[in-house]
Design a protein around this ligand. Structure first.
Ligand code: AMP
Ligand code: GLY
Length: 433
């Protein structure tokens, strides 16, 4: 079987690693990939959002399974395009992701909120505004109690959410987004919503359009600084599973959120095929949806996939072929702790090209510890940094503390100039584990 995986992060290294565990893989291509994926397959220069280039590549290389890692190609309509073109050409190609309609759950906050309202899925109360009804928007803001939560409707690389205690700043931000082009097209429409107080976590599920299965819970740590301070990042670490996502809580998540989401999509004639990542707030024991993502998370994948004891390739195939009823997700009950090593300056400007020194035993058999590459590249036979988030390390343990101890030891054995990591990943969960 020939496979094309789209993306270049730690998530895609984790996908490639798990896929490679299957003996049925003939060729594995990763576009554009990183130095870690290059050890597992062939990195190719291809822009994942250039839909016709992706299709031409699939046709030429006789790709059987296409796996989009991140949201951009899905929101741009990759799945619909590949399915249309392969039908015209009489090719049988599986695509492991949702169609463009379903991808709006991530691509448009307003779309996601109105979908949840239609299906009674618990989420913060909201209203959407654009440049034509700013006066109403200001009046609406005045009825809310701070903090105020403003969200650019479209994709804004995790930067489109502003939370402020100041009514004036909320009004100014609203006008910056809708009138001054802050966040570009993504901010022309703004969702204003009620602030939810609680503890965040994420749950991951997979569906083939007919049935679905839970994958795992995870908690990621988005801010750059210890104690959840400083700027938002793509994610500085993750823990899976989340101790407070116990049976009682997860039953509420399934009954009130996961099942109504998948059945709602089916009812609207848009069965969901792919991974669904649901960002939640635990508000006094009740789950509320903060956001949907139509893909796996990064770094959550680096924490979850090491726990996956069933075949990822079979999961992807059965999801894409509508045969998920023939597959059973098997998950290790141990805890995974993932820590990201990032470049100095991240999430702002960073310097690339710093040599990375990995201990010698890495790359040989490490049974329950993993080094996932993200912003790495080989240059003149040297492994060097090539982005903000550089390497994610994951360890399994029988408690959060033991998994963390092992990941910290592994992280300290990896060196590059300007290396930075958070030191408090998972500590907030310790009392509860
Ligand atoms: P989003 O892109 O919608 O996930 O929002 C980014 C982050 O903003 C979330 O991870 C939360 O930490 C925070 N956030 C978003 N919406 C709310 C809300 N209604 N109440 C409290 N925090 C929120
Ligand atoms: N870690 C958050 C995300 O993948 O969107």
């Amino acid at each position: 079987m020939n496979i094309l995986l789209l993306g270049s992060g730690g998530r895609e290294h984790a996908f490639a690693y798990k896929i490679r565990q299957s003996e049925r893989v003939s060729k594995l291509f990763i576009a554009p990939g990183n130095a870690g994926t290059a050890q597992l397959g062939e990195n190719v220069v291809l822009n994942p959002t250039d839909l016709s280039a992706v299709y031409e590549f699939c046709k030429r290389e006789k790709i059987d399974l296409l796996i989009p890692g991140n949201e951009d190609p899905l929101v741009a309509g990759l799945v619909d395009y590949i399915e249309k073109m392969s039908t015209i050409d009489g090719l049988s190609m599986l695509v492991a992701g949702p169609n463009q309609w379903c991808a709006q759950l991530e691509g448009s906050k307003d779309f996601a909120k109105s979908f949840m309202a239609r299906h009674g899925i618990p989420t913060a109360k909201y209203q959407s505004f654009d440049a034509t009804n700013l006066t109403e928007a200001y009046t609406f803001l005045e009825t809310l109690t701070p903090p105020y939560v403003l969200k650019a409707d479209g994709l804004a690389a995790g930067k489109g959410v502003i939370i402020t205690d100041s009514l004036q700043e909320a009004k100014d931000t609203l006008s910056d987004m809708t009138q001054q082009g802050k966040f570009g097209k993504a901010g022309e429409l703004v969702v204003i919503e009620e602030f939810l107080k609680g503890i965040e976590l994420s749950v991951f599920a997979v569906s083939d359009g007919k049935t679905w299965q839970m994958l795992a819970s995870a908690k990621d740590y988005k801010r750059i600084g210890n104690g959840d301070t400083g700027l938002n990042t793509g994610g500085m670490g993750a823990i899976s599973p989340v101790p407070f996502a116990d049976e009682v809580f997860m039953k509420k998540v399934v009954d009130r959120i996961v099942e109504p989401t998948f059945s709602g999509l089916r009812m609207e004639g848009q069965p969901y095929k792919g991974f669904l990542f649901i960002g939640l707030m635990n508000v006094g024991g009740d789950p509320m949806v903060i956001e949907y993502n139509v893909r796996m998370g990064d770094p959550e994948t680096e924490a979850i996939f090491p726990r996956l004891n069933s075949s990822l390739l079979e999961l992807l195939e059965s999801m894409a072929a509508g045969k998920l009823n023939e597959y059973q997700v098997l998950l290790d009950p141990l805890t995974a702790a993932t820590l990201f090593l990032v470049s100095e300056g991240y999430p702002g400007d960073i310097k690339k090209g710093k040599e990375i020194r990995l201990p010698e035993h890495i790359g040989s058999a490490m049974e329950d510890q993993w080094v996932f590459h993200a912003g790495t590249i080989m240059k003149d036979n040297r492994l060097v940094t090539n982005g903000g988030r550089v390497i994610a390390v994951t360890s399994l343990g029988d408690s959060i503390q033991s998994a963390l101890n092992r990941s910290n030891a592994l992280a300290s054995s990896i060196e590059f100039e300007g290396k930075y990591q958070r030191n408090d990943i998972g500590l907030d969960l310790l009392a509860k584990s």
